[in-house]
Design a protein around this ligand. Structure first.
Ligand code: ASP
Length: 438
């Protein structure tokens, strides 16, 4: 038994959905299907973005909503199925008028696309709000969900489930973060103890580096859950980084496949423990992938005898906690400490308050903010066995005149993280890719 998830481009239009149907029909084990809302098409943006536009124009939403309906009309016509879209959209418009939540509106792309695919396949439709549960504080309730989802799905031999959302205890719809249908697929796979979670996208697999920077980046044949976490956290965007949490309860491998090239090998993401036990094998290489992210900033704090001042680190971190800012890395030396934070979306006033708070709490000799830092992670399970890995990273960058602002090695056995100035970001990725993959 398998769980298959089809991402937005796989559901973008009738032609793509026909490929999806072929894939499902050719596989007897394809019992549980999770879908996203229709993705970007040749002529139109993603349905989720159209729905966000409906929300933006809540007082005058008829036109933006009509665009959503047009996308689905084209799909219904092309699949030649009977579905009363007029009725669906009359009810939907009425719901919007009566003030349904933002999450409800934005979830309807998945809701409707799952209903249509279920109809086309003659599979049951199981609404995600009945099987994916959040608690009263909007936190995903993994165990309750697993229980309910397993019980409910076992009542259906074949089912299509909308991705991306579930329900709060009061029954209101609650969505995951963007790209969250990947998580729904993983939840469904865990609940039915699937043999594999096949995640279909529009690329041949997980690339060893960002293909926008490395044009000929190769597809990784196999990576472990942990490697995936490191790479996707650092910006590799094929799969939502939270997707491994549900499947790792059951050691279910994830297979990234291309809807438009289903014969391709794709990428297998396998349980780390089993990989280490030698249950899986792959071509030996020091580094599995290289990924990076821009828009970090560092706060460098200097104070003589910092190491002897009891509670210094705790006081600094309490300031971050007070202002709800989480830190990414904290490299330091005897009298200095750097705190790297994600600058994306961080308001200047909050940053100023954090700095003022640190001065107040810790009275440092010096404090400076370093803007425009990018982090790059060089990831691989055998990295820790490579005696010269760190030397290769630093000399490759040095040879190309790229200054390392920070380096983090040893805390995790499977990665080396370097910070570089953002102006050197793309070049640093190229240099490191050449060093380890060419
Ligand atoms: N449709 C949602 C989004 O655009 C969820 C998903 O695609 O997985 O983020």
């Amino acid at each position: 038994m398998k769980t298959l998830k089809f991402g937005g481009t796989s559901m973008a239009d009738g032609a793509a959905i026909k490929k999806v149907i072929d894939i499902i029909k050719s596989d007897k084990e394809a019992n549980y299907i999770v879908v996203s809302a229709p993705g970007v098409s040749a002529t139109c943006e993603k349905v989720t973005d159209l729905l966000l536009n409906v929300i933006k124009n809540k007082d005058n939403f008829a036109k933006p909503l009509e665009r959503v309906k047009e996308r689905f009309s084209a799909i219904v016509n092309s699949l030649n199925i009977k579905f009363d879209l007029d009725e669906y959209f009359v009810y939907f418009a009425n719901d919007i008028k009566h003030g349904v939540s933002v999450d409800y509106i934005v979830s309807r792309g998945e809701h409707l696309s799952a209903m249509l695919l279920a109809k086309a396949l003659d599979y049951d439709f199981v609404d995600a709000k009945d099987i994916i549960k959040f608690d009263a504080f909007s936190n995903f309730d993994a165990e309750l969900t697993n229980e309910i989802c397993g019980e409910k799905l076992r009542q259906h031999k074949n089912a299509v489930i909308p991705g991306f959302y579930g329900a709060l205890p009061n029954g209101e719809v609650k969505t995951f973060s963007r790209g969250g249908s990947d998580i729904t697929g993983a939840i469904a796979a865990r609940a039915v103890s699937a043999s594999v979670y096949e995640n279909f996208t529009d690329v041949d697999g997980f690339c060893a580096s960002d293909p926008r920077i490395i044009k000929d980046a190769g597809v990784i044949e196999m990576l472990t859950y942990e490697e995936l976490r490191e790479l996707s956290y650092m910006g590799a965007s094929v799969l939502h980084s939270m997707s491994i949490f549900p499947v790792r309860h059951e050691d279910i491998p994830i297979h990234i496949r291309n809807t438009f090239n289903p014969k391709g090998n794709g990428t297998f993401i396998v349980p780390t423990k089993k990989f280490k036990e030698g249950k899986y094998s792959r071509k030996k290489r020091a580094v599995t992938g290289i990924a990076g992210k821009k828009e970090f900033l560092g706060i460098n704090i200097e104070k003589s005898l910092m190491n002897e001042e009891l509670g210094f680190g705790r006081r600094i971190l309490s300031v971050f906690e007070k202002y709800n800012v989480s830190f990414e890395h904290m490299p330091g030396s005897i009298d200095t400490l750097s705190i790297i934070i994600d600058g994306n979306g961080l308001e200047k006033t909050i940053l100023n308050r954090v700095v003022a708070g640190i001065i107040n709490e810790c009275n440092p000799d010096n404090i400076e903010i370093v803007q425009d830092i990018s982090l790059i992670a060089v990831v691989g399970h055998t990295l820790s066995e490579e005696i010269n890995a760190i030397a290769r990273v630093s000399s490759a960058l040095a040879k190309n005149n790229i200054r390392i602002r920070m380096i983090n090695y040893g805390a995790s056995k499977l990665n080396i993280i370097v910070a570089v100035d953002t102006q050197n970001f793309e070049n640093a990725i190229k240099v490191l890719y050449d060093e380890f993959f060419k």
